[in-house]
Design a protein around this ligand. Structure first.
Ligand SMILES: [Cu+2]
Length: 182
């Protein structure tokens, strides 16, 4: 997390430095143009732009690398990462680490931190777990990450679609089964 901040400051600093160099260079060029007959070369513009592009590309790659590492680190802090495919009309769950899959029910442990990666196979669906205050709309073609903390009390909790998605909408429900030891 702190590394990302570091890179961001690095980039801001770099942008400032480049801006200052650019302004000084413009002033020098303007001074030369008005005060002497030294031929003004356009090659320096080109060199400067290439240099700027290289430096910015380098900074950008550092920054995206840091963002990538941060996202991995963030995912590792979850107890479970579950891909959720919503379709007309139901829910399919796949555990990203173990490959375990289930339909219309998902088993978790009390208090577990769960990252759901939601997607829709067809139309707009909703993803609602009233017991944990989760409600999200999912459009086809996107993967939407949402996280919950499983209820502490073992039992069955409802997961349901909250966007009207056709004739089967009212039966589009799944169970969040909380059981076992945390
Ligand atoms: Cu639906």
């Amino acid at each position: 997390m702190s590394t990302l901040f570091g890179y961001q400051w690095f980039m801001i600093g770099l942008a400032f430095l480049m801006a200052i160099i650019f302004i000084v260079w413009l002033l020098v060029a303007a001074y030369r143009r008005t005060n002497s007959n030294i031929p003004h070369s356009t090659e320096w513009w080109f060199v400067f732009l290439v240099l700027l592009a290289v430096v910015m590309a380098f900074a950008w790659s550092l920054n995206s690398q840091a963002a990538y590492e941060k996202s991995i680190e963030k995912e590792e802090s979850f107890d479970k990462i579950i891909r959720v495919y919503e379709y007309q009309w139901g829910f399919a769950f796949i555990n990203e680490k173990t490959g375990e899959s289930s339909r219309n029910s998902i088993e978790v442990k009390p208090g577990e931190k769960i990252l759901f990666k939601l997607s829709s196979n067809d139309v707009i669906h909703g993803f609602n777990i009233p017991s944990v205050g989760m409600i999200k709309e999912i459009e086809p073609g996107a993967i939407m990450p949402v996280s919950i903390e499983a209820p502490e009390k073992p039992g069955e909790y409802i997961i349901q679609c909250t966007e009207y998605c056709g004739i089967g909408h009212y039966q589009m429900k799944a169970k969040l089964i909380v059981g076992g030891e945390a």
